[in-house]
Structure formats: C-alpha cells, structure tokens
Write a protein that binds this ligand. Structure first.
Ligand SMILES: [Zn+2]
Length: 329
C-alpha cells in the first residue's frame, strides 16, 4: 500500500496537479520553491509554498501542509480512501473519457433520428439548433448503445466500469435527453433527463466535474448560477452567456474556489422558487457560504413557483429576466 501511494504521488507531481487546477505561483524561491495564493482559503497576500523537489506544500496563512493526498483531502473535503481512488481515476482517464465522448457523439446523432427527443427540448423551451449542437445535447432511446460501443471495440468491463451499462447488460440511459458534462476540455460525465415516467435526473456514478460550462464563463465578473441544465440552456439561448450551473444547489469546495478565483466577481443565484421552499433555503445557504469567502452574492427572485426554465417556457423575455436580476437582493 505505502509503496503504491509513493508511486501514485510520483506519477502526479503536486506542482503539476496544482497548475492543472489553475493555481498560479506568483514568485519562485530558491531550491524549487513556488509561492502563491492558498487555494484552501481566501487570501490576498501569497502564503502558500510548494516545494517541487520534496513534493510538499505548506501554507503560513492557515498552517496546513503535507503531500498531494493531504492537499486534495483538504481541498475537496474527502476522506483518505476516496482521495486515493480519485487520483487513481485521474491516472487512467483516457479510455473512459474517450468512451464518454464516443457515447455523447452517438447520442447526439440519435437526437435527430428520434422526434420525441426534439419535441421534449421544444417543450422545455429549447429551439435553437446551433445551441443544441454547441452544448452537445443528445438523446438516449435506450437499448442500442451497448452494441454500438461493442462494434467500436470497447470491452464489456469498461462499459460496466463507466456506469453506461448495468451488470445485466442494459443501457443506463433510456428515453433520456443527454447533456455531456465537461471538465478541462474532457467529457467527465453524462447527465440524462428522463422524458418519460422514470426518475427525472440521472448522472453516471462518477465525479460530476466542475461547474458546468465553467470554461466559457470564467472570464465574467458577474456570474449567474442556476440549478439545472435546462435553466442554463434557456438562459444561454436568451443571451445570458455568463450563466453557469452546478447541477443542484450544493457547491463543492473546488467549485467555490473557482467562483472566488477572480476578485470582485459577484454571483447572482437563480434557483427554483419551489412551493415547498427547498430552493429558497438552498439559495440562502449558498449565499451565506459565498459571502463567507467574500463573494458579493444576490438572490434572484422569480415569480412564485418558477425556475428560470419554466419562466421562459411561460413566455418571459430576456428583458423580464433582466428586470428580475436588477431587482435581486
Ligand atoms: Zn492556507
């Protein structure tokens, strides 16, 4: 075990891992020492030291330090075993991520062969073919994925391992509209929205990645945060390209860090206005967390019972939504 851990840490050097996750050292010290802002808490003066030769970090601000595994445990708030499993996954992403890309492309093609998929998108207010293409939205009719992937040479074990196929050999997604979830240019998961009676939301049992569409909003100083992918899609369609989505109302510490990355960024939370108050409670809890890391946060109030998606489906215009944003508390 100890030997395996050493090998794991050697194969993913700490400095390389941090830089891959957008950490930028602002100065370099002697003996391969790099200094920058601590990713574990908000700060303005760099106190996070990385020693590339020893493969260790130490922060003089929060007093925490250790190796790569310790860093990820703190950063993602994960137990030790899960952290090791996550790193092992990082080392072998290529075949699975190729498989997910292949699957997403297949589902995109299926969308045009199954009018029920297109009809469902129209019902949810999505009608711009260019946007549907850009987001890589597809349709899983169910029952034909396994054969397709087998003809491409993917082993049954890999299909099973990816979660795309159940142990009985059935497709995980059946009669679902599919959104690929990206992270750093790779597809890391697929989200399937049921168009029938099955449970509405489904993700493969893998990490869901960072904030959805983060790469395209990371330069904005004002970000609109929504709960669901259909909220994101209609807002993009209406021209609000500064919208991103966490698929749910909870943010991981890494996603919080992404939002806090740019100083003076403000966030507008536009979650569901549920009758049972769940969305409102989620908004307030998240607003408190964001304000805790000095991100000015506003809660967008939509007409009662609406989420951004249903609001646009009910006929709202971009101007109506802008009014809600301007009134946000
Ligand atoms: Zn620190």
């Amino acid at each position: 075990m100890a030997e395996n851990l050493e090998r794991l840490k050697q194969r993913i050097p700490l400095l390389e891992y941090l830089q891959r996750h957008n950490w930028k050292p602002c100065r370099t010290g002697p003996r391969q020492e790099f200094v920058g802002l601590c990713p574990l808490h908000p700060e303005t003066r760099p106190s996070f030291y990385v020693n590339a030769a020893k493969n260790l970090f130490y922060c003089h601000g929060c007093g925490r330090g250790g190796d790569l595994i310790r860093f990820i445990q703190l950063f993602l708030d994960l137990p030790f075993r899960q952290t090791v499993a996550l790193l092992q996954q990082e080392l072998t992403p290529a075949p699975v991520s190729r498989l997910l890309a292949e699957t997403a492309a297949f589902y995109q093609f299926q969308l045009h062969r199954h009018p029920e998929g297109i009809r469902y998108l129209e019902q949810r207010g999505l009608h711009d073919p260019a946007l549907i293409e850009e987001m890589g939205i597809g349709y899983a009719p169910g029952g034909n994925l396994r054969r397709h992937l087998a003809t491409l040479g993917y082993s049954f074990e890999l299909l099973l391992d990816s979660g795309l196929i159940s142990s009985q050999g059935r497709d995980a997604f059946c009669r679902r509209v599919i959104f690929p979830c990206h992270q750093r240019g790779q597809i890391v998961n697929l989200y399937g929205r049921s168009i029938g009676a099955a449970f509405p939301h489904r993700l493969l049992p893998r990490s869901k990645g960072g904030l959805f569409a983060w790469e395209s909003v990371s330069s904005f100083s004002t970000v609109i945060l929504v709960e669901g992918l259909f909220d994101l899609a209609v807002l993009w369609q209406a021209g609000f390209r500064n919208t991103t989505c966490a698929i749910g109302t909870q943010l991981t510490p890494a996603q919080l860090f992404q939002l806090a990355e740019q100083p003076r960024r403000s966030v507008y939370i536009a979650f569901d206005q549920d009758y049972n108050q769940a969305g409102q409670t989620g908004s307030h809890q998240l607003a408190q967390r964001l304000q805790g890391v000095s991100i000015p946060t506003h809660i967008v109030q939509l007409p009662h019972g609406h989420d951004p998606n249903s609001y646009f489906v009910a006929g709202a215009t971009a101007g109506d939504f802008t009014d809600c944003v301007e009134r946000a508390k």
